[in-house]
Design a protein around this ligand. Structure first.
Ligand code: PEP
Length: 250
């Protein structure tokens, strides 16, 4: 039985002091949630949020990480720096990193392997653009992203990977894939994990959906057979909304 996993990606929102206040409220509101939960504040707020979520049922995540351990990489943040703040998870391959910052499948693969080798859990984002969907390329795009992103990741390490399927056209747009359409892609991803690894790995793989998840659509999405949770952007910045999403399977 896979555990429901709800993650909040705060993106470039909340100063350290705003984040502290919000995290305190979240700890209180989410203490009875049965799902696994993670929040990913911006780097500058990790330290303040870390002390608040320590010992609670909320996992601390980062939104990105360098592909290198240390050195002359101006502006980058290493896995060691994250671990030092008790960060346990990192979101990699987000479409905003791919599209706005030009991250390639190869770079994302380097980051995934480095994060796993350092003991960080990875939320690995994949998903097609609207043009790719309209051209009938959803499966080929997702196949390439998964295959290249997980290249060289062994089955043992895969246990520390969650896949987040996030159709790019649904992120921050208010448009959501229908639960059936999303589930079809989740089933395809699961079959791909079986092909690349094993039936066991495929059954175990937690696959989150992301893209304008809100309190009023989350239940329908999570009721699908292969949707095991949500990666939430905008709605994770609102206490009531994130609470409703996190508790929807209680
Ligand atoms: C995201 O950033 O991963 C995301 C899904 O954003 P939103 O929920 O705002 O669409």
């Amino acid at each position: 039985m896979r555990e429901y996993y709800i993650a909040g990606n705060w993106k470039m929102n909340n100063t350290a002091s705003q984040a502290r206040e919000f995290a305190e409220a979240l700890v209180d509101e989410l203490k009875d949630a049965s799902a696994k939960m993670m929040i990913a504040p911006p780097f500058t707020a990790l330290e303040s949020v870390s002390s608040i979520v320590r010992g609670t049922n909320i996992v601390l995540g980062a939104q990105n990480m360098s592909h290198k351990e240390y050195g002359a990489y101006t502006g980058d943040i290493s896995p060691e720096m994250l671990l030092d703040l008790d960060v346990a998870a990192v979101i990699l391959g987000h479409s905003e990193r791919r599209i706005v910052f030009g991250e390639t499948d190869e770079l994302i693969n380097e980051k995934i392997k480095l994060a796993l080798s350092k003991g960080l859990e990875v939320v690995f984002c994949i998903g097609e653009t609207l043009d790719e969907r309209e051209a009938g390329k959803v499966e080929s795009v997702v196949r390439t992203q998964v295959t290249k992103g997980l290249s060289g990741v062994d089955e043992g390490s895969l246990k520390h990977v969650t896949i987040a399927y996030e159709p790019v056209w649904a992120i921050g747009t208010g448009r959501t894939a229908t639960p059936e359409d999303a589930n079809n892609v989740h089933q395809f991803v699961r079959s791909l994990i079986k092909e690349l690894y094993s039936a066991d790995a495929s059954d175990r793989m937690v696959i989150q959906y992301g893209g304008s998840v809100k309190p009023d659509n989350v239940k329908e999405l999570l009721d699908q057979s292969d949707i095991d949770g949500a990666l939430v952007g905008g709605a994770s910045l609102d206490l009531e909304s994130f609470r409703a999403i996190a508790l929807c399977k209680n």
